[in-house]
Design a protein around this ligand. Sequence first.
Ligand SMILES: *[C@@H]1O[C@H](CO)[C@@H](O)[C@H](O)[C@H]1NC(C)=O
Ligand SMILES: *[C@@H]1O[C@H](CO)[C@@H](O)[C@H](O)[C@H]1NC(C)=O
Ligand SMILES: *[C@@H]1O[C@H](CO)[C@@H](O)[C@H](O)[C@H]1NC(C)=O
Ligand SMILES: *[C@@H]1O[C@H](CO)[C@@H](O)[C@H](O)[C@H]1NC(C)=O
Length: 327
Amino acid sequence: MSPCWGGTPAVLRLLGGLTLLLLLLCPHAARGDCSLPPDIPNAQPDLKGLTSFPNKKVVTYKCNKGFVKVPGEPDSVICLENVWSSIKEFCNRSCNVPTRLLFATLKKPYNTQNYFPSGSVVEYECRLGFKRDHSLSGNLTCLQNFTWSKSDEFCKKKSCPNPGKIINGNVIVKTDILYGSSISFSCNTGYKLVGSALSACVLKGTSTDWSHPLPECKESSPISKPTSTPQKPTTTDVPGTKPPSTPQKSTTVNVSATEGSSTPQKPTTTDVPATQGPAVAKTTTSVHSRSTSKGSGTISAGTSFIASGHTFITLTVLLMALVAMAT
Ligand SMILES: *[C@@H]1O[C@H](CO)[C@@H](O)[C@H](O)[C@H]1NC(C)=O
Ligand SMILES: *[C@@H]1O[C@H](CO)[C@@H](O)[C@H](O)[C@H]1NC(C)=O
Ligand SMILES: *[C@@H]1O[C@H](CO)[C@@H](O)[C@H](O)[C@H]1NC(C)=O
Ligand SMILES: *[C@@H]1O[C@H](CO)[C@@H](O)[C@H](O)[C@H]1NC(C)=O
C-alpha cells in the first residue's frame, strides 16, 4: 500500500492523489481496484458477493424481471485502473416470446428472437397439414401493454380427398375428412370386410392423404349361413347402424397410438379395461374351475395330495442333495 510514484508527471500525480483519497475512504480496497459498479436502470450487476474489484475485472448485469436485453447493446463493465468502463441502459420492456400456436410456427428470424419491444411484429407460417387462410393476418403485434395481439386461426386443416364409396358397404365419416380425423368402413350383411376397417387423414409428404385404402366387401363364403354368422365377423357383420363404437375398438387404439392426435383418447380408456378384462377372467376362471368343478372336500383332498406329492418329491431331492454334500 506504500505510495511510490516518484518521478511521474503532474497529471498522474494528481490521479494518484485521488487514488490515495479513495484508498483512505475505502481502507481495504487495494490500489487500482474498483468499488461497486454503476447502477443501470432495470438491471442488476452480478457481483458474486464482492465489494471490491481488481483491475480488468468484468461485471455483467442481468435485466430485471419483465425486461429483456436489447440485442447488440453491451451488458457488462470492466474495471480499468479503478474506474468502471461506461455503459448505457440496455434493458427494455418486451413482450414475452410469442405464443405457440397449434396450427402455425414462427417464421425464421423471429423464432430465435427474444426481444420484442412494443410495436414489433412477428410473422407465422402454417404447420404441415394446414393451409393458409389468406383472409386473416398471419402476423402478431406486441401491443402497448406488452401483450400480443389476438391470433386468428389463420391456418386451417387441410382436407383429405373424398374417400369414395364401397360396393356393398359404407364409409362412415365420424367428424369430417380433415387432417387428423379418421373414417371407418362397414359391409352390408352377408359381406365380409377385406382390408382395414379404419383410415385416418394423415400427412403424406407435405400434403394429406388417407392412411389406408378403402377395404373391399366380399360375399361371405356360402358354407356359413348368411344371417347368423359365427363369432369372429362381429367386425364386418354389424349392419351399419353404429359400427364405429364396438367393432373397430382395437384398430382405433392402434391408429390413435401412432397418430398421436388429440381426439382418440376416449377409445384408449374404454379399451384398456376391455383388454385387461379377458386376461383377468382367464386366470380367475382357471383357478376357480379347479377347486369348484369337482366338489369341495374330496377335491381339496385330491389337490392337497397332488401338492403334497409334489412337495414330497422336492424334499426327497433336497435330502439326497444334502446327503451327497455331507458325504
Ligand atoms: C425501449 O423500447 C422503446 C419502445 O418500446 C423504444 O422507443 C426505446 O428506444 C427502447 N430503448 C432502448 C434502450 O432500446
Ligand atoms: C404481415 O405479414 C405480411 C406477410 O405475410 C407482410 O407483408 C406484412 O408487412 C406484415 N405486416 C406488418 C404490419 O408487418
Ligand atoms: C392489452 O391491450 C389490448 C388492446 O389495447 C387489450 O385488448 C388487452 O386486454 C390488454 N391486455 C392486458 C393484459 O391488459
Ligand atoms: C397394433 O398393431 C400392431 C402392429 O402394428 C399389432 O401387432 C398389434 O396386435 C395391434 N394391436 C391391436 C390392439 O390391434
